[in-house]
Design a protein around this ligand. Sequence first.
Ligand SMILES: [Zn+2]
Ligand SMILES: [Zn+2]
Length: 157
Amino acid sequence: MPNCDWGRPCDCRECTEMSRTEICQICSKNKTFKTQSEYIIDRKGRHYYDFINYCSKCWEKKVEKDKKEEQRRIEEQNRKNAEIKNLEKILKTLKYDPIPIKNAINMYRDQIKISNSDRWIKDYIIRSFTDILLIEKVKNRWHCCKNRLNLIDFKLY
Ligand SMILES: [Zn+2]
Ligand SMILES: [Zn+2]
């Protein structure tokens, strides 16, 4: 790669040209029509561009697939939004019954399977779920509503 962006991942014309191959990398048959970059963050946290060469046929297929994927994503989001709306309507009918925020942290960890610290989860919950879980400080300690917590689905958010 040329060092055109001070060694940072780059997909300028020059970098793209350098990664161009004669033959499509998907079907290994037809002539390359388009060299497409894809921003990658691998498991070791390295950032770079991957370049894939497509013939016109394979490119068409990829565009079609991306479109479908995007459509699926939008539908999924709409479904989640509807569920959230429904859930929050139910939560509003519940009686307020305060319990320590630690319960919400445990519930979050259970549902999301996350390895972040309790402190991180606590801050995140206080920041993002104040209205939903009726989070407040009682006698200098954070509490949330037990009845609401029982019904919450953190995965929706
Ligand atoms: Zn470049
Ligand atoms: Zn091809």
